[in-house]
Design a protein around this ligand. Sequence first.
Ligand code: MIC
Ligand code: SF4
Length: 641
Amino acid sequence: MGKTLTEKVLEQHLVEGKLEKGTDIAIKIDQTLTQDATGTMAYLQFEAIGIDRVQTELSVSYVDHNTLQTDFKNPDDHRYLQSIAAKYGLYFSRPGNGICHQVHLERFARPGKTLLGSDSHTPTGGGVGSIAIGAGGLDVAAAMAGEAFRLKMPKVVNVYLTGKLPDFVSAKDVILEILRRIGVKGAVNKVLEYTGPGIKTLTVPERGTITNMGTETGATTSIFPSDEITKEFLEAQERGDQWILLEPDNDAEYDEKIEINLSELEPLVATPHSPGNVKTVKEIEGLKIDQVCIGSCTNSSLRDLKAVAGILKGKTIDESTVLTVSAGSRQVVEHMIHSGEMLDLLKAGARILENACGPCIGMGLAPKSDAITLRTFNRNFLGRSGTRSAQAYLVSPETAAVSALTGKLTDPRSFGKLPKSEMPEKFIVNDNMIIPPLSIEEAKNVDIVRGPNIKPLPEFGPLPDNLEGEVLLKVEDDITTDHIMPAGAQILPLRSNIPEISKFVFNVVDESFHDRSLEKGGGFIVGGDNYGQGSSREHAAIAPKYLGLKAVIVKSFARIHLANLVNFGIVPLTFENKEDYNSIDQGDKFEVDLTTLQTGKVTLKNLTKNVEISLLHSLSETEIEELKTGGKLPHIKQKHT
Ligand code: MIC
Ligand code: SF4
């Protein structure tokens, strides 16, 4: 039987287990990436493990999220990260160099390699044929220490593309179409593997858009083959020597298949407050808009910004619409300046922002009250823009640019002729804002620089055999990590200070959560399906743990959050019978007996309702051990000391 691309790369990296669907496997990690908002915690954990130097082929520390610098906190974190990179043998991509995923795709991602990143959009690297997976910071710290990464062997879904995208329809519409079909939990524990004649019509940046936002389907990762198009891209980035041919076997067997004829696609839009609420632009065309934001790791490549500049050239944006543009990298900015297209954007009225995450994570440019904001980003969760009453819609760069001109959501095909847009044969390669690793000798003299906002890691003790407490919060399906641990300009700078950031846990859902948790000495959360979707931020586990959260009991979990809960000693449990969710009320008193954890089942006594409920878990033996010792960190420390 032939192999899928996913199986080929995983097989080469397999260190434990067999490639059997749903079973536990461990893989060697070649590359890691972190960004500043998850990186400070990841490196505090790496330091705690006590290793002298990263053990990977390549590790990069990026600064792209926390760049507002409204006080000393962010710049202190940046200095800490820079000194860590120098001390432990990492590349350091300086603030101003761009968004981690865009820069990594341009400069580092390699076909056939594994990449683990402390950011959920790490699968962008699948655009050049890497197996690129998002994870919590502690898992990335462990990978830097040379530990294998553990996961459930995913199912492989073949996304078979035929045809060619029509004018004004672009890669974003492809991934929105997939989200329209399978929703935000359609690919949990699956890999989306792209094949078919249609892939030849998609450039690497377009593939990167698709693999990036594959995250929103819950997929473990997404991957394209490495072919002639990948070769051209790597050559244009002066990395032609890193190319290898990587394709699935002709007789590869897939678990599922999704067929998409690119020629039949039309402009799509994800409506509030989920990337899975997809409609055609035509269906809601004419919606009055207040703000248009172009950028983010999904749509900030040179290809995308050129498309936008072509549409805006010689025109002026609608007078009641604000337009922001943030490029993905300095390389993109340099090209746009040289070609004069940056001037086209500026003259049309765009507010040019730093090449960083910016408004995507509520770091500045929050929309006005009750605004309709149109974004080329990948997430439109409630409150994420920084304005709770705003409604965010996700679209392609083409739809965003044409709509900025009309002030209304507009089908870009009504623009007329598609403006010509030429990509350069060679990219401008200038890595002077990426500091390479120091030698082992040089690294010895480096001191780690710590500002006052960088607080020591909290330590958590072993788990008792019996958990007791009350239901602190009962929530619905599809709760995101943005609900659990919001970001934005006020909260994001607190990522290296758990006591402070814990004050904001579940803030958008229930402002009293923090105080109530402390008052009650912790307790339980009860939730629906796909609990913890979205961001990889492990703060959505550490901060609730700090407030005393003991177990989360839900209908189903999203992959990364589930791993983060285990990493920090919170027991993740699911209902054997989903109907039992209905019998529980917030405030109910629970007792959970953990002595039967090894059997895969535990019993919950609802003391208030006087009923017993059967709960399940999917934990491996290693995870059970980690949970019992109080999380993954004490467990790894034991091994390395
Ligand atoms: C996001 O898009 O939500 C983030 C901010 O990039 C997160 C990481 C974080 O919370 O720091 C992600 O996607 O993992
Ligand atoms: Fe940054 Fe937004 Fe991408 Fe997250 S989704 S890495 S916040 S640009």
